[in-house]
Write a protein that binds this ligand. Sequence first.
Ligand code: XMP
Length: 517
Amino acid sequence: PVLVVDFGAQYAQLIARRVREARVYSEIVPSTMPVAEMLAKKPKAIILSGGPSSVYEEGAPRLDRAIFEAGVPVFGMCYGFQLMATALGGTVDNTGAREYGRTQLHVSKPGSTLFEGTPDEQSVWMSHGDACSAAPEGFTVTASTDMVPVAAFENDEKKLYGVQYHPEVMHSTHGQLVLEHFLYRGAGIEPTWTTGNVIEDQIEAIRAQVGTKRAICGLSGGVDSAVAAALVQKAIGSQLTCVYVDHGLMRKGETEQVEKDFVAATGVQLKVVDAQEQFLVALAGVSDPEEKRKIIGREFIRVFEQAQAEIIAEGDETGEPVEFLVQGTLYPDVVESGGGTGTANIKSHHNVGGLPEDLEFKLVEPLRQLFKDEVRMVGQELGLPEEIVHRQPFPGPGLGIRIVGEVTRERLDLLREADAIAREELTAAGLDREIWQCPVVLLADVRSVGVQGDGRTYGHPVVLRPVSSEDAMTADWSRLPYEVLARISTRITNEVRDVNRVVLDVTSKPPATIEWE
Ligand code: XMP
């Protein structure tokens, strides 16, 4: 792999994704990992990410200079660039002068490996305090800015490269090309990482892991569990049984998508448990958000365990035991929980509201190496329905936390209608890929006066909550076109009984969260 050494902040994940976009497999390692351990992974190249520290700060992350002497090509970015400069005898000054945001880069070396084919003047994204004033011996300075004399350098012989800016962010106009030059020209790596390879490799790995035993998988309707199940199905066929808990909190058409379209596309064996009544009874009289979440999580586990016990008890004609549980864990989860290759701990599966911790299964996690966009690509290649592959995030507790107030069947039906209209209109306007998600929330305990036809109405408001986001940690409200908002509003108030007002949530996150509960 290409190793991306993580010096904190969020840059490492973005770099790892960019490397994969260049069709080269990448993995993230913490900067605290001993260099010997990094080298044991036999990296084809190493990238040092940016980070929030100054190389002069006490306790700032360091790196053993052995990394530059192992004969592995290294590319330092931002903080990684300054570490490289100081480690190899260059000069980095704590000037106090800061350079943030879009900056003009002057490229001054025609024969440069990194800058080949890019313009002499280009826009790059900077964020640093310290500045490099002299490159280490043996290095050629290839770029500068108005404030920084050494903004990029390279030593082609030793295969060491560095840039002061962030080539991974899209504001650095030629960033991807510079990165690719490092990978292909500097490190001599062939771009061979493709979705097709991922599928083949995973199928082989799953077969080796599971052998002749059986596996089960919980389907939530979301993209991760669907793609994981489809991959495992492709690998082991009828040794896999999927479970879908119909808790009645799904949006319109989503249960059918799983029961019909997903099964048709994959041929998976599916056990559907209709638990709608059970969830409604458990939720009766409850309006506190946290309590609702707890109840939904608890009931989910009960139903899932029951289904799993039945599958085990029923057995199948092979008589093989059920030993494996398939989970749609993604690479960002693995990185964030600090995990390398361990498989033991079961992470609460946020798509389905948390599975019990004491499940006696071994885990099959075929998406552990993948980012979300790669999972979608794999899903597409496996022929999954478009609606599932490009589904927007939806909380495990479903519509249960989009009804402010008690959850009843009637209210769920109202909300399902309103939500379906909003989704239809957003799709028709071509806005699906632009917005991150658009929760529709029913304010079930609020009533307001309206007039419709000749009569007075006294109905509920629904809230539209369209947001744009990169990762759901922060979000901004989406500036939807007025015509689209008008169509949604008109249709909802005309078509959904008891809803006489549509309001728009114009709050960012923070201070508000995306969901209302
Ligand atoms: P908040 O409301 O915290 O939501 O800003 C952030 C993102 O997480 C989703 N969300 C959940 N997803 N189980 C999930 O799988 C949950 O319990 C849950 N709660 C919120 C939410 O839709 C948004 O994308």
